[in-house]
Design a protein around this ligand. Sequence first.
Ligand SMILES: [Cu+2]
Length: 133
Amino acid sequence: MFNLLAVLLMIFNPGDDIVIKDQWIRPGAEKMATALYFTLENNGSEADTLYAIETDIAKMIQIHETYSNGDVMGMREIGEIIIEPESSVKLEPGGMHIMVMRLKRDIKIGDEIDFTLYFRNADKITITAEAKN
Ligand SMILES: [Cu+2]
């Protein structure tokens, strides 16, 4: 019975298929915007999707990508990030990032800011990002 339970837990526990690492946030000023970066690792056998992020530090938060169209560079909102099985996705300057907008207070170098990331399969994962340049 206990063995069966253990097996069921192994099958149904979302576990640590999704790992978030190397998270950091740029410093920013109250009412302005800044960006959060991290690497998403999917060690599971199914794709997962990051679809929302929450934080107490900002009034608005979006998943962004950077694009170039001829000479024009810009960024735009993408609704979600899909992480294929056995692969990783890196959010970095000049690429995908989490846009943290309308800050409620200044973020200074060394500050540690909490974020909650929501995934379709892995449910929610909380991370702490240190502010640095
Ligand atoms: Cu952006």
